[in-house]
Design a protein around this ligand. Structure first.
Ligand SMILES: [Zn+2]
Length: 86
């Protein structure tokens, strides 16, 4: 009976370790996403004014944030990225 209890204990702690590992991975992913959002985007095709995907003019407010895509293309890209990621 005592042995059975121990086995259960180890199983549980292993489960906790796994949960922690998944949590750590999740946090790293979230950090990476945040990092990418904060960092100004760059592209050799970007002329500093026009969206690199559809050549629409990007709003000045977006340019100041270092964006290289218009809202439409940015939204589309984020949807695609989310789709690929998971
Ligand atoms: Zn665009």
């Amino acid at each position: 009976m005592a042995l059975e209890k121990n086995e259960n204990y180890f199983e549980l702690s292993d489960e906790n370790d796994r949960a922690s590992a998944i949590e750590a991975q999740f946090n790293e992913d979230a950090l990476e996403v945040a990092r990418r959002k904060i960092a100004p985007e760059t592209n050799p095709d970007f002329d500093g004014i026009h969206c690199i995907d559809c050549a629409e003019k990007i709003m000045a407010a977006r340019l100041k944030l270092g964006k290289i895509r218009c809202i439409d293309c940015q939204t589309l890209l984020e949807k695609q990225t989310r789709f690929i990621a998971g």
